[in-house]
Design a protein around this ligand. Structure first.
Ligand code: HGY
Ligand code: MN
Ligand code: MN
Length: 415
């Protein structure tokens, strides 16, 4: 393996500095649209400026640092990820990718390299599902697909429109954030799964980001006295919903085991009414998060789910309206030419690599709509993420950063 141009110590310092900006007693929490998030943004702006970047906030609230090239090649190379976290999340999810972009800029400066392309580093606004119940706000806007209707979604007395304005965006002129100038979008991210660590690989070259589909199912039973209503005369919404939860797991297991593509489904939200010990539950609401690397698997899951819902309704004497497709995004393939460039870069750097799908959603999925886009994974301990135990070694992040650094040099020398 060659001497790296990037430095793990600087990566470590940035990640540690950002980790310190967390809600006290809730490591690690820096939710989008909060004062804590603004503190993180201030740190990143200072670090971008210190690295020689011209910073701006685009109309969608994305923080962007620009490094001008010598004008020899058209199109901007954009590298980055997100700095917001889930509640009680980790220090690396998203953050590693923004810091990797920063470190690439510092390494170019250290080596006195001026690119032919302009290069930008981005911290995308609100990649995680935010208080407004939506995710990837900044990257959807960059792709021109942020629904204007979302701007009126409110939470904690704030609208998404006001939230974007509060971070410096211009929500009534989102069109200004749409990117039609990109040569490529590149993202480094922790794997958030166990494969790279188990196989002792240094990086994963992501071929596809799984499609994410969210389905809401309501179960309408009948509230009754828990003590007097005979067991055979109930319309218990919770019992029916519980049967459906087990069906979701069984369907997902069958699809995941059928292979070869990645499939997962989770009932991440579950609520019953009225929620009293001595009342037979009258209603239940399930929100299912399903992920499929191959679209036919998701179609099969949705078809089978509808059949199971009807069967459960009949079997438990409850009413289950047609499941509501809250969101339904197809799988996003990475750009094949970029995959080859990353693979060649990984060989040049001398790291152990493999191609793999992503079960997690990422900003790259939205940039892929407006530019050639790809991403690399670095291993994280035990594959754990979205919790305080999330951990990735700075040396591992540095290897992935070096591969992106080399990829950018290859793109810049190429067409
Ligand atoms: O939900 C996801 O897949 C990502 O962590 N936002
Ligand atoms: Mn995440
Ligand atoms: Mn992420």
């Amino acid at each position: 393996m060659r001497n790296l141009a990037v430095r793990a110590d600087r990566i470590d310092a940035d990640i540690s500095a950002l980790a310190a900006l967390t809600d006290p007693g809730r490591p690690w929490t820096r939710r989008a649209f909060t004062p804590r998030f603004a503190e993180g943004r201030s740190f990143l702006e200072r670090a971008m400026t210190a690295a020689g970047l011209e910073t701006r906030i685009d109309a969608a609230g994305n923080l962007i640092g620009r490094r001008r090239g010598d004008g020899g090649k058209p199109g901007t190379i954009l590298v980055g990820s997100h700095s917001d976290t889930v509640p009680d999340g980790g220090r690396f999810d998203g953050i590693a990718g923004v810091v990797a972009g920063l470190e690439i800029v510092r390494a170019l400066r250290d080596r006195g390299i001026t690119l032919a392309h302009d290069l930008e580093v981005i911290d995308c606004l609100s990649e995680e599902v935010s208080i407004f119940g939506v995710s990837c706000v900044g990257s959807r806007a960059a792709a021109g697909v942020l629904s204007p209707a979302w701007l009126d979604r409110t939470a904690d007395g704030l609208s998404l429109r006001a939230g974007i304005a509060a971070v410096g965006g211009d929500p009534d002129r989102l069109a200004l954030a749409v990117r039609d100038d990109l040569r490529a979008f590149l993202e480094l991210h922790i794997e958030q799964g166990p494969v790279l660590e188990a196989e002792q690989r240094d990086i994963g070259i992501v071929t596809t980001i799984a499609g994410i589909t969210r389905v809401e199912i309501r179960v309408e039973g009948r509230a009754d006295h828990a003590g007097t209503t005979p067991m055979t005369a109930r319309a218990d919404a919770l019992v029916a919903a519980a049967a459906l939860v087990l069906d979701v797991r069984a369907l997902a297991l069958a699809l995941a085991n059928r292979g070869p593509g990645h499939f997962a489904a989770t009932v991440g939200e579950f609520r019953i009414e009225p929620g009293a010990a001595n009342v037979v539950p009258s209603s239940a609401r399930l929100l299912i998060d399903a992920r499929a690397e191959h679209r036919p698997d998701m179609v099969a899951f949705l078809d089978q789910l509808a059949i199971r819902a009807a069967a459960v309704a009949g079997g438990h004497g409850v009413h289950i309206p047609t499941p509501d497709l809250v969101s339904d995004n197809h799988p996003t393939p990475a750009d094949p030419a970029l995959l080859d460039e990353i693979t060649a870069a990984a060989e040049t750097v001398g790291v152990r690599h493999r191609r793999m799908a992503s079960g997690a959603g990422h900003d790259m999925a939205w940039f892929a709509r407006v530019a050639p886009a790809a991403m690399v994974f670095v291993p994280c301990r035990g594959g754990r993420s979205h919790n305080a135990e999330e951990w990735a070694e700075s040396d591992a992040i540095a290897l992935g950063t070096e591969v992106l650094f080399e990829t950018i040099l290859r793109l810049d020398r190429g067409v």
